[in-house]
Design a protein around this ligand. Structure first.
Ligand SMILES: *Cc1c(COP(=O)(O)O)cnc(C)c1O
Length: 383
């Protein structure tokens, strides 16, 4: 089976995990702090907090941003469910901003229009969460300008995008956002098995996320409390969202070769670009201010939904696991029950109807990619 995405594990990754298993610490040891420092250094962020998943990172970022009951978070409907659920975990509300059809990222024009209306109605969001779809950054400078004008907090969902850049700033640097969230699920750019990270330049946000990761507990130096070294305080309601040292060691080992992993993804994307050029499909529009991390290679099929279905079935029959990214969030039964309906976000719905993600991961060989390409040519005709 050729999946749409999968991890790449090398002997150094295995050795790193084994070393932790043979050490004194399986969790709450030194590997987590080392992974955090490595990610912060790689992204040029001041602070990084490792957690148990990208979903946990989104939840804690929203909590640290102060999102709570009566507050609104806006995100893109073309994303994984976690991008919206994080607001509801905090007791807030979710709304969506339609996408730009070319990049499938949240449309800055749609955002600007929706903000104007929301200001008039007194319903401005407190958090906007742009998703760097497929690894390509959103127009962060424009979103940051709107954040200044309307006073919302920007949290980047960069689950697809570690290793990419926006205007020469590495994703995660938080040049244009309060916090950036990464996922280290096995299909993502680098993996920890499961895991996530919040990066930020703001020391207070870093501390808040770190405390919420551990039950809302803060440890003051013993001298400050006058108590013994055993003393700790729970100051708010947090969680156990810790990352284990086993996971952190794998993540740190992967980060050491992230540039090679992303370069291979870029080369595979360029091979698809060239090989599919004459076919009736459109790859994502590429913003030339952005270096994508190439998490996904989605194509939009000119033949629409019927062609997508035929091609998906044909690829599956050949053992090739193409996938659809994503079913628009507002169309899930859970969100329909919250009042969303078909027709609410037409660009997202049209994108979903005709899109298929082709296999793309560092260990995908040229010969296997050529098998995928041959099926596309046969099904879609090169005429
Ligand atoms: C994978 C993903 C997440 C969630 O990450 P987990 O580590 O699986 O919890 C969030 N947002 C997007 C866009 C994702 O692709």
């Amino acid at each position: 089976m050729i999946p749409y995405g999968r991890q790449s594990i090398d002997p150094a990754d295995i050795a790193a995990v084994v070393a932790v298993l043979e050490s004194d610490w399986l969790t709450q040891g030194p590997a987590v702090a080392q992974f955090e420092a490595a990610v912060a250094g790689y992204c040029g962020a001041r602070g990084a907090v490792a957690v148990s998943s990208g979903t946990a990172a989104l939840h804690l970022a929203c909590r640290a941003a102060g999102l709570g009951p009566g507050d609104r978070l806006w995100t893109s409907p073309i994303s994984f469910v976690a991008s919206a659920n994080c607001a509801l975990y905090c007791g807030g509300d979710v709304d969506f901003v339609d996408i730009d059809p070319g990049s499938a990222n949240l449309s800055v024009d749609a955002l600007a229009r929706k903000l104007e209306t929301a200001e008039r109605d007194g319903r401005l969001p407190s958090v906007v969460l742009p998703v760097h779809y497929a690894g390509q950054a959103c127009d962060m400078a424009a979103i940051a300008a709107l954040a200044d004008r309307y006073g919302f907090t920007v949290i980047e969902d960069a689950a697809h995008a570690i290793g990419g850049c926006y205007r020469d700033h590495p994703i995660g640097s938080c040049r244009y956002a309060a916090m950036t969230v990464f996922s280290f699920h096995p299909v993502k750019i680098i993996t920890a098995g499961e895991g996530g990270m919040v990066t930020t330049r703001d020391g207070r946000l870093r501390e808040r996320v770190a405390a919420l990761r551990e039950h809302g507990i803060r440890r003051e130096p013993a001298a400050a409390t006058g108590a013994g070294g055993w003393y700790y305080e729970q100051t708010e309601l947090g969680y156990n969202y810790r990352m284990s040292d086993i996971h952190a060691a794998l993540g740190a080992s992967q980060l050491r070769r992230i540039d090679g992993l992303v370069a291979r993804r870029r080369a595979l994307a360029a091979r698809y670009d060239a090989a599919l050029d004459a076919l009736p499909l459109t790859p994502l529009h590429r913003d030339d201010r952005v270096a994508s991390a190439h998490h996904l290679y989605p194509v939009r099929l000119h033949g629409g939904a019927a062609t997508r279905r035929r091609l998906y079935d044909r690829l599956r029959a050949a053992g090739i696991g193409a996938q659809v990214h994503y079913i628009p969030l507002h169309l899930h039964p859970f969100y329909r029950a919250r009042g969303f309906a078909v027709g609410d976000y037409p660009a997202a719905e049209a994108y979903y109807a005709a899109t298929l993600s082709l296999p793309l991961y560092p260990d995908l060989g040229d010969a296997d990619q050529d098998r995928v390409i041959a099926i596309l040519r046969a099904e879609l005709g090169s005429a």
